[in-house]
Design a protein around this ligand. Structure first.
Ligand code: FE2
Length: 206
C-alpha cells in the first residue's frame, strides 16, 4: 500500500532527565511569577482564555525576556532540526526563527477551542505539568472538509486512518506540528492545573 499526503506530528522528551528537571522547575517558577504579576495577561485571558491564564496576549516572546525561556529555545533546536528532516522540507532549520513563546495555565474547567497558528511554519508545546487525567491535545484530520460521503473509520482502525488524534504527551515532552494543523485542548477536569509552554517558528526575514 502506498501512503501519501501524510501528516507528521513530533512527540519526544525535551531532554535527558538531568537537564530536563532543573529547566522544567525553573520554567515553572517563572510561570508562578507571571501568574502573580502579569495583570495585562490576566485581563486578556479573562476575555479570550476563559477559566485559564495565558501570556499570549501580554508577553508572547518570553525567550527574549527571560533567560530560562532562552535556554528552552536552545533545547528545542535539535527537535526542530529532527522534525524538519522528517518532513523533508527543502529549507534549513536556520531559515526559521522562534517568533513567539508563551505560557498556558489551564485549571479545572479551562479549555482551548479548535484553532490553527496563522503566519507560522512550525508550532509546538512543551508540557511542564500534566496532572494524571488532564486533557490531551486533540488534532483533527486536515482533510475533514473534503470527506463528503466517506464512511467513518472503524473504532478499531489504526491511528493513521482515524479522523482525530487525542495525543497524551508525558510531562517534559515536546510536541511539534505544522502550524496549519487544526487542534484543540478539551476541557481540563483535573483539580491541579495543566501547565505548558507553546511557541511558533516563522520564516526569517532577510
Ligand atoms: Fe495551539
Amino acid at each position: 500500500m502506498i501512503q501519501a499526503f501524510v501528516t507528521q506530528i513530533y512527540n519526544k522528551p525535551l531532554a535527558a532527565p538531568k537537564i530536563l528537571r532543573p529547566l522544567s522547575n525553573k520554567l515553572l517558577e517563572d510561570v508562578e511569577n507571571l501568574l502573580a504579576s502579569d495583570e495585562v495577561g490576566h485581563k486578556w485571558s479573562d476575555k479570550n482564555y476563559v477559566s485559564g491564564y495565558t501570556s499570549y496576549g501580554s508577553v508572547d516572546k518570553l525567550h527574549l525576556v527571560l533567560p530560562n525561556f532562552k535556554k528552552l529555545e536552545q533545547t528545542l533546536e535539535i527537535h526542530l532540526k529532527n522534525y524538519l528532516s522528517s518532513l523533508e522540507y527543502d529549507i534549513k532549520a536556520s531559515d526559521l526563527y522562534l517568533s513567539h513563546c508563551w505560557v498556558n495555565v489551564m485549571p479545572e474547567g479551562a479549555q482551548h477551542s479548535a484553532h490553527i497558528h496563522p503566519l507560522s511554519v512550525i508550532s509546538g508545546t512543551v508540557y511542564l505539568q500534566l496532572p494524571k487525567g488532564s486533557s490531551p491535545i486533540k488534532f483533527e484530520d486536515p482533510r475533514l472538509g473534503f470527506f463528503m460521503n466517506s464512511p467513518l473509520p472503524k473504532e478499531s482502525a489504526k491511528m493513521a486512518n482515524k479522523r482525530f488524534l487525542s495525543l497524551k504527551p508525558k510531562e517534559g515532552d515536546v510536541v511539534l506540528f505544522e502550524s496549519w494543523l487544526r487542534h484543540e485542548v478539551p476541557q481540563n477536569t483535573t483539580q491541579e492545573p495543566r501547565i505548558s509552554v507553546s511557541f511558533n517558528y516563522g520564516w526569517k526575514k532577510d
